[in-house]
Design a protein around this ligand. Structure first.
Ligand code: MSP
Length: 527
């Protein structure tokens, strides 16, 4: 059986910095993880979806101070007013939300540090070098640039184009270099551990150049988790943030819960792939724990050709889009328009065009036409399917092929491909209705069986679409499901098993359908 190797699915997003409010780049990571987890859950695979916030470190401390509040107050405010509301804006069905200020996290981080210290993987040394607060990262000399113009004489972070800080501190170090060969073996033995291939190659080249030990504590700031064996130090923010994936799932406190979930699939933006595919597995190896199942790096959302970010003033709030187009169109658009794993440009024009063509005119019209015809010609009752003609059989073939291909695509982390496959059904049925002309069949009593066949085939295809599109567009498909009367005849939409949805003939003949209001209302454009 295909995909029978997938017995559980635990997917985690990176945890988000609370120095600022969310933009659509963050929302993209969240939506992708949500859709993947909904798909797996509705395929009958035990699923866990974790997300949360990254609240310590210098970046947040400075933002809080600049706003005249304590870091804790700042973090609480941003989490309550911006980050948790994002879950609702995007309609995320996460199972847990971890904050790095949660006691469960702080306790387990200390336990982890103690374990590595006891095992001899942590030692004291001196760090002398650069640090970028924007990245919250120690920067090797190769990653800094000579400043020019207003930054003449400074060294700049190549990502933020802002001066890096020069540090000279007594720090604790993690013996990461010890794990160089183990990491290379992991990449070799598990070729799909890092995806896509471009990121994998870059990571392998990076590790091949040689790993240094990692400074994992800071002594000149206090907004962080105290190092358990030295109260003068707090834990380096990335070192503890990475641990959220195991502190949230019971490591060190609930072994059974932990064993039922770990290892996770890690979904990350490509900018933070190195932390997840190098440092993180090395930390786990040191603790004797399994590495993640996979680190999948998605690309960047570009606006005007640049990585969208608040710093570049290109940040777009998710609500700017959802207020106009709705949550489901947002979810659909980003996963359809961008090849998952590559960069993609966002534009309002492309969003409007796809909304119009694919959603309103494609799926929306199909659903409203079919349901209106069944109400008009068959008094709202699902007809019995007579013997299928070649044209009817062609539709049932597309249904089963497209659903199988979409399922394979989702297991390969290719939601754009899954949607393209499912749209083959939308297009095929739209073409079929144009060819079969049910409005003409309705005028001829001698064609009653053909009309039954066309209406049944179209309804059952909509049923398959509602089920398979529900992870992408939960609200719209629920409306469609109710319109098909399927909530009464087949039960809850979320209970329908996705990989089986392509089988033809599931909607019960004789059951009643309902009315359907427009799935994708026309957008009033201000121009
Ligand atoms: N706090 C760290 C992650 C720690 S995980 C242990 C962090 N946070 S972040 O808020 O800056 O970014 C979170 C996620 O948003 C990352 O996966 C990042 O790639 C993603 N994105 C931020 N801007 C983005 C785009 N413009 N496009 C796509 N994703 C982007 O890094």
């Amino acid at each position: 059986m295909a995909h029978s190797d997938v017995d559980t699915f635990f997917i985690a997003t990176p945890i988000f910095y609370v120095n600022d409010v969310p933009h659509i780049g963050h929302a993209y990571t969240e939506v992708a993880a949500d859709v993947l987890s909904r798909w797996m859950r509705q395929s009958g695979i035990p699923t866990w979806f974790l997300t949360g916030t990254d609240e310590h470190g210098q970046k947040i401390m400075r933002t809080a101070l600049a706003n005249g509040v304590t870091p804790r107050e700042w973090a609480d405010r941003l989490v309550e007013q911006s980050w948790k509301p994002l879950l609702k804006t995007l309609n995320l069905a996460n199972d847990d939300f971890i904050r790095t200020t949660d006691e469960r996290h702080e306790t387990a981080v200390k336990k982890f540090l103690t374990l590595l210290h006891d095992k001899g993987y942590i030692y004291q040394g001196e760090y002398e070098g650069f640090y970028c607060v924007g990245c919250e990262e120690y920067k090797p000399a190769a990653d800094v640039l000579e400043g020019q113009g207003e930054f003449e004489g400074s060294k700049l972070c190549s990502i933020h184009s802002r001066p890096v800080e020069v540090l000279k501190e007594e720090n604790y170090f993690f013996k990461m270099s010890t794990f160089q060969q183990d990491l290379l073996d992991l990449y070799a033995n598990q070729p799909d551990f890092i995806q896509p291939a471009s990121v994998r190659n870059e990571i392998i080249a990076f590790v091949n150049r040689g790993l240094e030990d990692l400074s994992i504590s800071r002594s000149n700031i206090d907004w962080g988790i105290e190092v358990p064996f030295d109260a003068d130090h707090v834990t380096y923010v990335w070192f503890e943030a990475l641990l959220n994936y195991i502190t949230a799932t019971g490591w060190g406190t609930d072994d059974e819960a932990f064993a039922s979930k770990w290892p996770a699939v890690q979904l990350v933006g490509k900018d933070i792939a190195r932390f997840h595919a190098v440092i993180w597995p090395a930390m786990l190896m040191a603790a004797g724990l399994a590495p993640p199942k996979k680190v999948f790096a998605h690309g960047w959302l570009l606006v005007g050709g640049e990585k969208m970010s608040k710093t570049n003033l290109t940040g777009i709030a998710p609500t700017d889009i959802t207020d106009v187009f709705g949550t489901d169109a947002f979810r659909y658009y980003f996963l359809r328009a961008i090849t998952f794993g590559s960069d993609g440009s966002f534009s309002w024009e492309d969003l409007s065009a796809r909304y119009e063509a694919e959603l309103a005119n494609g799926l929306g019209n199909l659903a409203s036409r079919v349901i209106a015809m069944v109400n008009r010609y068959r008094e709202g009752v699902v007809p019995t399917m007579p013997d299928a003609s070649d044209a009817d059989q062609a539709i049932s073939r597309v249904m089963s092929e497209a659903v199988d291909a979409a399922n394979t695509a989702m297991h390969n982390f290719a939601p754009h491909e899954a949607l393209a496959q499912l749209w083959r059904i939308v297009e095929a049925v739209n073409g079929y209705i144009t060819e079969q002309e049910p409005w003409a069949l309705a005028k001829d009593d001698g064609q009653a069986a053909r009309l039954d066949a066309v209406l049944y085939t179209s309804l059952d295809a909509l049923r398959a679409l509602a089920v398979t599109l529900s992870p992408f567009m939960p609200e719209t498909t629920e409306k469609l499901w109710v319109g098909l009367g399927a909530d009464t005849s087949l039960g809850a939409l979320q209970e329908q098993i996705i990989p089986d949805a392509g089988h033809f003939g599931v909607l019960p003949a004789g059951s009643a359908i309902a009315e359907l209001s427009a799935l994708f209302p026309r957008i009033e454009q201000d121009s």
